[in-house]
Design a protein around this ligand. Structure first.
Ligand SMILES: Cc1cc2nc3c(=O)[nH]c(=O)nc-3n(C[C@H](O)[C@H](O)[C@H](O)COP(=O)(O)OP(=O)(O)OC[C@H]3O[C@@H](n4cnc5c(N)ncnc54)[C@H](O)[C@@H]3O)c2cc1C
Length: 417
């Protein structure tokens, strides 16, 4: 236990989980968010907890695949043409990291983090109660084409190197797992170590627990700068006044680059926009969450509730909706699940969120350069929910001078400097 105080900037999954573990360590915790923490990227996502995702986003073939989509307006990948030097710099680093050697090297620490987080989510469920629809039945990697299925089987073979349990299912077997909805797939790989939650319910449950246990929340408060003295930050400047604490944790999601720039260490992050829509009641629903491998989108059931989502759009930090992207997701879902009775959503039912994407697909966890009391937690791209609890636990270990449970070298925030 200690008598230290901490300010956490940003109340997404990383910020709230950091608040949870730091409060347990006796810190006086304040979370500052420019919104009200009820609809950031950590709410409308697919809710997968994915130890299966040991291949980082920056991996061989990702760039050529992305380029092959670029002329298709409904495609799962989009870059808005613009002269943005941050994006160009980020893109060059992404290109440098998308090779076999680096991707394989990064896959092991990534898997360590995902496994740690997966275990912690079981503990959090024990602690908070069964209030966020967590299910531990695994996740299907669904393949429509033979080619995609053959590739996915190779991933299934590689999964043995990471001690993951998988089942390879042919067309007939997959259909047996989904008796109520007609499928049209070549086969699937079921990753049994995966789980899924309702992320919005998780966030609400966390917020409630933290509020009840005395964590302070400053809503509608935007952090605009910092005052430094030597190697420490003395004050956090906001549009509602200045605040100070012994330690600062930065978890502002896709806005990390702008905030760290104010501290003289601009970390590379781009917002990768995704879309989702949620159906409150589907009579004949699917039973397994799934990633549509060659459809590049995903689907998550929670009893009769259903969410579909996906796409990766690099168009800057905004929440503009390109309706064609949602059409792309919907069409893919209907192709894989022709028996699913869902309509295309009304415009106001389409949710967007910005994944904080680093140039190698790994998060940033650790001290920000030479600034002794500022630590970064985030940048996990499409794995923020899967990695949030682990990231937060590691941050709490660093701030209490314990040996972190996993080696953090690969997540060093300064690795591109
Ligand atoms: C369609 C989609 C599906 C996804 N599916 C999954 C999935 O199945 N599994 C998975 O693991 N991940 C998934 N993700 C990724 C995951 O949602 C993100 O990685 C994660 O939510 C990021 O969390 P965060 O805490 O870093 O940031 P955020 O959730 O974006 O929170 C950041 C917070 O910081 C605040 N903030 C920013 N700047 C400031 C400032 N200057 N002052 C004050 N506050 C500030 C913001 O208001 C915001 O509340 C998905 C993402 C998308 C878009």
């Amino acid at each position: 236990m200690n008598n230290k105080s901490v300010i956490i900037v940003g109340g997404g999954v990383n910020g709230l989980c950091a608040a949870y573990y730091l409060h347990k360590e006796g810190f006086d915790v304040t979370v500052i968010d420019r919104g009200t923490i009820d609809n950031n990227c950590s709410f409308g996502n697919m809710g997968f907890l994915s130890p299966s995702h040991f291949v980082p986003l920056a991996s061989p073939g990702i760039i050529s695949e992305g380029l092959s989509y670029i002329l298709d307006s409904k495609s799962p990948f989009y870059i808005k043409p613009r002269l943005d030097f941050s994006f160009i710099k980020w893109g060059l680093e992404f290109y440098k990291n998308s090779n076999k050697k680096i991707s394989e090297k990064n896959s092991y620490p990534l898997e360590d983090l995902l496994k740690l987080s997966r275990r912690l989510m079981d503990e959090i469920r024990e602690d908070l109660g069964d209030v966020f629809d967590m299910e531990t039945k695994g996740c299907m990697m669904m393949c429509h084409s033979k080619e995609a299925f053959e590739k996915e089987k190779k991933v299934a073979e590689a999964a043995a190197n990471y001690d993951l349990n998988v089942l390879v299912l042919d067309r007939k077997q997959v259909q047996e797992y989904e008796p109520d909805v007609e499928l049209d797939v070549e086969g699937a790989v079921l990753f049994l170590d995966d789980a899924h939650i309702h992320p919005g319910k998780f966030m609400q449950a966390m917020k409630k627990r933290l509020t009840e246990s005395g964590v302070h929340f400053l809503y509608n408060t935007e952090v605009t700068g910092f005052i430094k003295e030597g190697n420490t930050v003395k004050s956090v400047l906001t549009d509602k006044g200045d605040f100070s604490a012994d330690e600062i944790v930065l978890s502002p999601g896709s806005w990390l680059e702008g905030l760290t720039k104010k501290l003289g260490h601009k970390l590379l992050i781009q917002g990768g926009k995704g879309y989702s829509t949620t159906y409150d009641y589907v009579e004949k629903n699917i039973k397994y969450p799934a990633i549509l491998v060659d459809g590049r989108c995903a689907i998550t059931p929670w009893k009769h509730m259903l969410r579909i989502g996906g796409t990766m759009e690099f168009s800057g930090l905004n929440d503009n909706v390109l309706i064609k992207r949602m059409h792309g997701i919907y069409d893919s879902i209907k192709k894989f699940y022709p028996g699913l009775k869902i309509d295309f959503p009304e415009r106001d039912k389409i949710w967007t969120g910005l994944r904080p994407v680093s140039p190698d697909g790994l998060g940033y966890i650790g001290q920000l350069g030479d600034i002794e009391n500022v630590h970064v937690a985030g940048g996990h791209a499409m794995l923020g929910i899967s990695a949030g609890a682990g990231t937060a636990k590691l941050i709490s270990e660093i701030l209490t001078d314990k040996k972190p449970e996993i080696d953090l070298t690969a997540f060093n925030p300064m690795r591109f400097s």
